[in-house]
Design a protein around this ligand. Structure first.
Ligand code: CTP
Ligand code: MN
Ligand code: MN
Ligand code: MN
Length: 381
């Protein structure tokens, strides 16, 4: 008998919400390439193509070892013709021409630079590029009127495009907790987004705020914002009030992907850790900032998202704001296609029973959906 060389054949369920995706990834070369194509598609307003590349990358993220040959991929879900071609190029030639030329293309580079401005999305960037604006210098010279968010985004461009560390997220968490405790004792603050999934860095810091007595959370955000402003902790903020009740979303009207919670998109002024002590002391703070004129300034700008949820919707809000974005999208797709249910960050509606299903924890929601519970650290699809 001849020993056959061992070929690992992979098997993966088709929805990302059926899989455990940790931050460990044996196929980073392939997933980085597919993620870049996904990003390029999203920046080009081709969301369908973007999702296809994201799904393909997510399948490769859960494989227990590095892919060696195309034959190992037989039968795997979500790997379309285009993604397979990219994978094949990388396995055979060490790189994909499409990925390399995208990276170098003027259009991709300009889209990246312009959408790196907080408040600038793919549509605005595309319009500017059509007018010949490819970088920040050209944008400044163009004389375009920028909105308040974009002005702040441009002003703090370098800080905002430098990733936030876990340590910085923890300092911001203390600031938010202090603000919330000061204006509404008993309210709860939970870190969500990528940091809740165990990431060591992120592009922003996300928080969900609630109060165990339903109704006490109403009007909370403006008070939190005032408190933070009084401490000089905010460089920018825009608060949007809760519009869930008046939206009359529900069985007849499927909810949009955007939730309707009271939210605040903000930019925090984070004093460097060495300066934390000085922040407590106003006299030293002034000294610190004067010193900064000669040396480096003692603070940096950090993007922070704050969301307030009524307690009865908290489990849905927590699940919805923990991500990853693909994991969320897959949960909603699973709910709709496999369970005839409609999941949002506010509620879960069962179309067959014609009723809302209650949940007081994320575990409850997975159970309603007939899914095994996946903890946050395994939602990194
Ligand atoms: N989210 C949302 N509605 C928005 C923006 C974000 O529901 N308008 C949700 C996303 O679906 C995601 C979570 O908020 O689940 C966090 O989004 P984001 O901060 O963009 O991504 P992270 O996963 O935290 O990654 P990063 O580290 O880059 O911040
Ligand atoms: Mn985030
Ligand atoms: Mn993000
Ligand atoms: Mn965010």
């Amino acid at each position: 008998l001849v020993n056959k060389p061992e070929v690992v054949v992979f098997s993966v369920p088709s929805y990302a919400c059926q899989r455990r995706t940790t931050l460990e990834n044996q196929n980073t070369t392939l997933t980085d390439a597919l993620s870049l194509l996904a990003e390029n598609a999203e920046l080009s307003n081709e969301d369908g193509r973007g999702v296809a590349f994201r799904r393909a990358a997510a399948v490769l993220k859960v494989l227990p070892s590095a892919v060696q040959s195309m034959s190992q991929l037989t039968g795997l879900p979500c790997l379309g013709e285009h993604s397979l071609r990219v994978i094949k190029d990388i396995l055979e030639n060490g790189a994909s021409n499409e990925v390399e030329s995208t990276k170098k293309s003027e259009k991709y580079k300009a889209l990246k630079v312009l959408t790196g401005i907080f408040g600038v999305g793919a549509k605005t960037a595309a319009r500017w590029i059509r007018e010949g604006i490819h970088n920040l210098c050209q944008l400044r010279e163009s004389g375009h009127t920028l909105n308040r968010a974009q002005q702040a985004g441009l002003e703090h461009y370098d800080d905002i495009n430098q990733s936030v560390t876990k340590t910085e997220a923890e300092v911001i968490q203390e600031m938010v907790e202090k603000a919330v405790a000061s204006v509404l004792p008993g309210a709860q603050v939970v870190l969500t987004g990528g940091f809740r999934r165990g990431k060591m860095s992120g592009h922003d810091v996300d928080f969900l705020i609630t109060h165990p007595e339903e109704g006490r959370e109403v009007g909370l955000m403006p008070k939190v914002v005032s408190w933070l402003e009084a401490q000089d902790f905010l460089l920018y903020q825009k608060t949007t009030r809760n519009s869930y009740l008046e939206s009359k979303e529900g069985p007849g009207r499927p909810p949009s992907n955007m939730d309707r919670f009271e939210r605040c998109l903000s930019i925090f002024k984070l004093h460097s850790v060495e300066n934390q002590a000085a922040v407590q002391d106003v006299t030293k703070r002034v000294e610190g900032e004067q010193r900064s004129d000669e040396q480096t300034r003692p603070w940096r700008a950090v993007r922070v998202d704050l969301v307030v949820s009524p307690f009865s919707q908290f489990a849905f809000a927590l699940l919805g704001w923990t991500g990853s974005k693909l994991f969320e999208r897959e949960l909603r797709r699973w709910a709709g296609y496999e369970k005839a249910m409609c999941l949002s960050s506010h509620a879960l509606y069962d179309n067959k029973q014609r009723k809302y299903l209650r949940a007081s924890s994320e575990e409850d929601i997975f159970a309603h959906l007939g899914l095994e519970y996946i903890p946050p650290s395994e939602r990194n699809a």
